[in-house]
Ligand binder design. Sequence first.
Ligand code: SF4
Ligand code: SF4
Length: 410
Amino acid sequence: MAKPETTVELTQQIKASARELGFDLVGCAPADPFAREQELILEDVRRGYFSGMSWITPERVKLACDPEALLPGAQSIVGLGMAYAYPDVQQETPSPPAPGGSGGSGPPTKTQGRGEGGRPLRGRVARYAWGHDYHDIIRPKLVALGRRLTELAGPETRNRVFVDTGPLVDRAAAVHAGLGFNGKNTCVLTGPHGSYVFLSAILTTVALQPDPMLSKDCGSCTACIDACPTDALLGPERLDANRCIAYLTIEHRGSIPRELRPKIGNWVFGCDICQEVCPWNRARPRGVHPEFAPEGGAGEALDLAEVLSLDVDGFRARFRGTPLTRPKRAGLLRNAAVAAGNLGDPAAIPALLGALQDPEPVVREHAAWALQQLGPLPADVLAAMKGVQEHETDPAVRAELDQAVVRGWP
Ligand code: SF4
Ligand code: SF4
């Protein structure tokens, strides 16, 4: 391909290279500060909406909204998107069974840990995490595109790539580059792929032809705000991350606030509710990139009894190369316990009793909570819980087991 002679030609060639690399969306913006976004995020920090994420400080927000500070001499942003949605194979939502425990104690067997009709008790995984870890897929593509920029624009070119883990606000980069607009659910809504898009960006010292920002908005729709089970969406683009299931099940370490546990349903990693109800996601997902297919990763749902039985090596082997390693073993088993409690199916009792012996206190605590949701429990289960309580030293686990006493110890 001939060397570009104008900014327009260079931009066209970079966009063509991005598409060849597999990006579905590409646009360009000047590397101006994200003034509006900075104001919004700083206000959220002031209100304490990110208080569980100590790394989100005002200084870090200002840096994340300032392309020039992230790459001195930056002139342009290349905003990029890869669609990740795959069609659902099967969906299950929690349906509480009739009260009356019948699970019995003892280690899980092949049929225990299975719900109605012998199906495994399933915990849902957010769509973005069904397949292989997107960082591993997207970063090499960004590096290749940066190399291409340097080839085309000259060796003095400097680039910096961002895929989620870097400090740049990727949503702002995408909106400024015309890939989509800000939804009230805080996602970027793109025309062709809704919000089911991995966003990434390159900052570059090269001048590129900017794309216009989209002049769209959500209008009078409030479907996402109305549907959020934890009331984490407080208004348009206003998210209290501390209440969001995605934060609680992925980033949050330690105990999940008790009052929020029942609202988590059977989400075991992330939450898609505010995206599932969005009219911009109404088109049936097509499964564009095989790398993100559920067969290559954790899949759309996890067998809760299996997760609760994983030791450290088993956890590593099961989730290596997927985003599900992020909450670490303790976090994922904690989430599986909460989901099992919310499913309300006594078939989970053996796996939860097993989790009461887990070396991680946070797992034992949430298993004890989950067992309470399955009551009234059979006498042998209560006796097993009492046996655990006698030796339990962790105050939070003891407190949960005490709650079981309040509910009717034998
Ligand atoms: Fe609410 Fe779930 Fe959306 Fe978080 S991800 S804002 S919990 S609907
Ligand atoms: Fe906007 Fe409605 Fe989608 Fe929410 S559900 S992001 S309000 S279009």
